[in-house]
Ligand binder design. Sequence first.
Ligand code: ATP
Ligand code: MG
Length: 381
Amino acid sequence: MHSSLQVALDIQNKHLGKILEENFLRSAGITLAHKNNISEPNLFFIDDGPDAGDVLGKIGSLHQKHPQASIFVISSNPSPDHIVEVMKAGASEFFMHPVNPEKIREAMNRVRLKLVEGGQKTIGRAFAFIGSKGGLGTTVLAVNTAVAMAAARGAQKTALVDLSLQSGDSSVLLDLVPKTTMADVVHNFSRFDPAFLAGVMEPSDVGVDLLAAPPSPEESAEVTGEQVARVLQACRRLYPLTAVDCPAMTLDERTMEALRGAQMVLVVTDLSVPAVRNAARLLKQLRRHEIPRVEVVVNRFVKGQSGTLEEVEKTLERRVFWLFPNDYETTIAATNRGTPLLKYDPRSPLARSIVEFAQKLQDASAFPNYRGVKGLLGKAI
Ligand SMILES: Nc1ncnc2c1ncn2[C@@H]1O[C@H](COP(=O)(O)OP(=O)(O)OP(=O)(O)O)[C@@H](O)[C@H]1O
Ligand SMILES: [Mg+2]
């Protein structure tokens, strides 16, 4: 997410400068223009105190030079005529000194939102991945599907929400040490909105912005269903595509909200008896909760297992949507390198399968028969 606010200051009053710095300018997602050689800031703070000189002239020329930027004026002159003059000159917001930090924070969030949305309100789609058992590869699939979707979309980024709150290892697969996590959402939920979310998503170098799981189990326990629902809504405003990594078989309130908020739920299983038995149970529960658009995907499929696949489809009473080949060496090597599989070895069978799967998710008519693995004679299974 290009959510970093690039801020320029023209503040004479040292006390005011300090307040701004302590309250806002050191937080994540803020870059100071003068320290980073930025010539096109998104936001100017202008001091309209007694020593400020020709403030109206200053605002006018800034507005002309940077028509896209927002200009916040902090004034000690409460005269209504003066406020009108300041706004007419091109200011976006007018604050009285001494400032109310909350008001400034809200206004900064509005600027951030304008910036991340680029004037448009995206209503993206979310895909929730849930394993029928732990350790089946759900996180590998969720992370790499997000990477594949981002790669296919060029400049448009994809979101990944790590709801696997206890283990939370999406960040490891993306080789990130997140500075912000879901815990920041929990602690600041009263002022949560898409702009806030944009500030806590952690960018990676593969086009995926991650909302990481909280760093401690105590903080994970504090996450509520409502928070998950709002996070997903906000993701859909900011990103065309969001992948959610849910914990295996844990249908608590948080996971349920993720499944309800997703446009498609992918139940991950392998062909082993315990996993398939759990998958059947999970599908039943999802039906009972009236979760629509559920598909089953099989991970670690080994060629020659077609007979077992048929039996599994009978048990689950549905056709499996996609088969991901077993590719232990590539997955382990990629994990050990801290590189997403798709970047580590894009030609590996699993990486290719995930790229095609991501295509199929976005376009149901892609690959009408093929579902990720070819049989021994090169035919779709
Ligand atoms: N298609 C595959 N072929 C071979 N190994 C795989 C495949 N997919 C995932 N793995 C391996 O399976 C292991 C578990 O993967 P992962 O952490 O993604 O599982 P998970 O279902 O998210 O587990 P948890 O329940 O702990 O969250 C990892 O070692 C991973 O490298
Ligand atoms: Mg996992």
